[in-house]
Design a protein. Structure first.
Length: 330
C-alpha cells in the first residue's frame, strides 16, 4: 500500500494530497506548510519524529487528524481518477494573491472550473455580495441593482450560489453580461443547493466556480464557516444586503474586518428581522451604509487604500493604552 509521500511527487501534487487529507482553515497546518513546504509536511505526517513548532502531544493530535480524514488508498484512487478539474496553487499565475492575506489560513489550493483569468485582477476589481437565504423582495431588489451596477463597471461579483441574496447577485451579474465567481462549500462537482445546478452551469460558461475542498465533498456547517474567509479575502469590498441576528453572513463581515477589507451593509426596515444584522453593523460603525451601486463604487475606491487588519488596530490601541497608563505617549 502506498504512503502519502509516494503520492506527492512535487509541490502541486503534495498540496493536492493535503487538500484531500488536511482540514481547511487549520492554522497549525498552515504554519507548518509555510515553514517546510507541502512535500516535507506530508513526510512529517508519516514519520514519528519531532515536528517544528509542536510539542509531542500536539504532533500526535495533528498526525491523527491527517490520517483520520481519508485512507491513503482512497487518496491514491482519487488521484488516479483523472484531471477533470484544475487544481491551482499559490505559485500559479492565476492564483488570487489576495488569498495570501489569510496567512496561515490560506487555502492549500483551489479546485476551479471556468475562467481563472477572473482571479488575476486586482482585489479592488472584485466585490463580494452575501446575505440572507430567506431574502425579502426588498433585499432581492437592492441586490440586483447593486450587482448589475458592478457588472456594468466591468468588475466581478463574488458570492456563494446560495438561495436568496447570493443567487440574486449571480443572476444579476450574468444578466448584465458581467463576470461572477461562485465560491462553494462543497466540491465544485456537487451543486449546492441542488436547485441551483443550472445557475452554476451558467456561471462556469462565462465566470468561475471554485472550492478549497475536493470534488465529491459535501457541504457541512464547518465548511460554510471556513468558506466565509474566502469570500472576505477574494474581494476588496464585501457588501451584506440582509442578515438576521444569528446569520452566518455576519461571520463574513467579521473576516473582512479582520483582513482590513471594506465592509458595506444595506440598511433595512427596523421591523424586518432580515435586516437586523445589517442595521447593527451600520449602527456599530463596522460597515459603511450602502443603498445602491454608486455607494458600492465608493467602497471600491476606498478598497484601493485598504484598512489595517482589525487585529493590528486592536494591538495598536492596546499599546496606546499601556503607554497612557505608564505616563508616556506615542
Amino acid at each position: 500500500m502506498p504512503i502519502l509521500t509516494d503520492l506527492a511527487q512535487d509541490e502541486r501534487s503534495a498540496r493536492l494530497v493535503l487538500s484531500l487529507v488536511g482540514t481547511p482553515n487549520d492554522e497549525a497546518t498552515g504554519r507548518l506548510l509555510a515553514r517546510v513546504g507541502a512535500q516535507e509536511l506530508l513526510a512529517l505526517a508519516e514519520r514519528d519524529t519531532a515536528i517544528p513548532g509542536m510539542d509531542r502531544a500536539e504532533a500526535a493530535v495533528w498526525r491523527d487528524h491527517i490520517h483520520a480524514h481519508r485512507r491513503v488508498d482512497q487518496v491514491a484512487s482519487f488521484m488516479a481518477g483523472g484531471d477533470e478539474f484544475r487544481f491551482i496553487i499559490p505559485s500559479d499565475t492565476d492564483w488570487p494573491s489576495s488569498l495570501n492575506d489569510l496567512g496561515n489560513r490560506t487555502p492549500y489550493g483551489l479546485w476551479v472550473n471556468g475562467n481563472t483569468d477572473l482571479l488575476r485582477s486586482e482585489v479592488s476589481e472584485r466585490v463580494t455580495i452575501t446575505g440572507a437565504r430567506a431574502a425579502t423582495g426588498y433585499g432581492t431588489f437592492v441586490t440586483e441593482e447593486i450587482a448589475s451596477g458592478i457588472a456594468e463597471e466591468g468588475r466581478t461579483v463574488v458570492a456563494g450560489a446560495a438561495y436568496g441574496i447570493e443567487g440574486a447577485a449571480h443572476r444579476a451579474a450574468l444578466a448584465g453580461n458581467g463576470s461572477t465567481i461562485a465560491v462553494m462549500a462543497s466540491g465544485i462537482d456537487r451543486p449546492y443547493p441542488a436547485a441551483h445546478n443550472q445557475l452554476l452551469e451558467r456561471i462556469v460558461q462565462s465566470g468561475l466556480v471554485i472550492s478549497e475542498v475536493s470534488p465529491g465533498s459535501v457541504p457541512t456547517r464547518q465548511r460554510f464557516i471556513d468558506r466565509s474567509r474566502l469570500h472576505a479575502a477574494l474581494s476588496g469590498a464585501t457588501v451584506i444586503v440582509e442578515a438576521g441576528a444569528r446569520s452566518g453572513t455576519m461571520r463574513t463581515a467579521q473576516d473582512a474586518q479582520d483582513l482590513g477589507r471594506i465592509v458595506g451593509a444595506v440598511p433595512g426596515p427596523v421591523t424586518s428581522a432580515a435586516s437586523y444584522g445589517t442595521n447593527q453593523l451600520i449602527q456599530d460603525g463596522l460597515a459603511r451604509l450602502v443603498s445602491n451601486s454608486a455607494d458600492t463604487g465608493r467602497l471600491l475606491l476606498a478598497a484601493e487604500k485598504p484598512l489595517p487588519p482589525r487585529r493590528a488596530v486592536e494591538q495598536v490601541n492596546q499599546h496606546k493604552y499601556q503607554l497612557q497608563q505608564s505616563g508616556r505617549s506615542l
